[in-house]
Design a protein around this ligand. Structure first.
Ligand SMILES: O=C(CO)[C@H](O)[C@H](O)COP(=O)(O)O
Ligand SMILES: [Fe+2]
Length: 235
């Protein structure tokens, strides 16, 4: 198996599965962990059938966070809220392809704010829709569950989709990172990285474990072995 990128993938635990009653402690305990980004799921009850949290909560997370905030906007008309999310501490802002009539403009707006621009694709959306914006993107988030809820089962077709997206990004000269979001566990993480994933989001797998920091460390060690084994094979 040949890896497309040999460097370690990034880990982005999703705070959606954390204890909302104690977000300061949840955020602070990840400070020295293997988490590279903190994934923050914003849901509006319109684009997705659930409401999570918004700008003031993100601000509060940012006050205690040591890692960059990877903000996943599952909201309609995200263009109206981009600067508010940037001001609240977002480092990456990911909007949904399905929520943006003028996607190209929204991507430029995110970049003009100084944030890294991401686009998320629902499970039914083919990667080809990104062909004309791929070169402008910093991140593509492949939804491996239908957005709106944590704790759902991983959709197996994601593996095929990651490979197709990787090809599209290479053809477009894009160095956008491929992020996988939903149902990520130790059982599918290595295969996802082998398929081309650069960032793994994991919510319930991390926070429903007895020790989230240890779980992240174990996942990191597993992926280091995956990347190392692939490098050996290529020599
Ligand atoms: O965007 C999301 C849901 O819409 C979450 O980031 C995602 O579901 C992560 O949670 P889990 O690992 O529990 O599936
Ligand atoms: Fe998410």
């Amino acid at each position: 198996m040949t890896l497309n990128r040999r460097r370690m993938p990034l880990l982005a635990p999703s705070l959606l599965a954390a204890d909302f009653g104690n977000l300061q402690a949840e955020t602070e305990r990840l400070a020295g962990s293997a988490a590279d980004w903190l994934h923050c799921d914003v849901m509006d009850g319109r684009f997705v059938p659930n409401i999570s949290f918004g700008i003031p909560v993100l601000q509060a997370i940012h006050r205690h966070a040591k890692q960059p905030l990877d903000v996943h906007l599952m909201i309609e008309e995200p263009q109206h809220y981009l600067s508010a999310f940037r001001d609240a501490g977002a480092h990456n802002i990911t909007v949904h392809y399905e929520a943006c009539t003028h996607l190209h403009r929204v991507i430029q707006q995110i970049k003009a704010l100084g944030c890294r621009a991401g686009v998320a694709l629902n499970p039914h959306t083919p990667v080809g829709v990104l062909e004309d914006v791929a070169a402008d993107l910093d991140l593509v988030c492949v939804m491996s569950v239908n957005p709106g809820f944590g704790g759902q089962a991983f959709i197996p077709n994601t593996m095929r989709k990651v490979a197709a997206l990787k090809e599209l990004l290479v053809d477009s000269g894009s160095d956008a990172l491929i992020e996988i979001d939903g149902g990520v566990t130790r059982d599918n993480a290595s295969a996802l990285v082998e398929a081309g994933a650069d960032v793994l989001v994991a919510g319930s797998f991390v926070f429903n474990s007895p020790d989230p920091v240890a779980t992240l460390a174990e996942l990191w060690a597993q992926l280091a072995a995956t990347v190392g084994a692939a490098e050996q094979e290529e020599r």
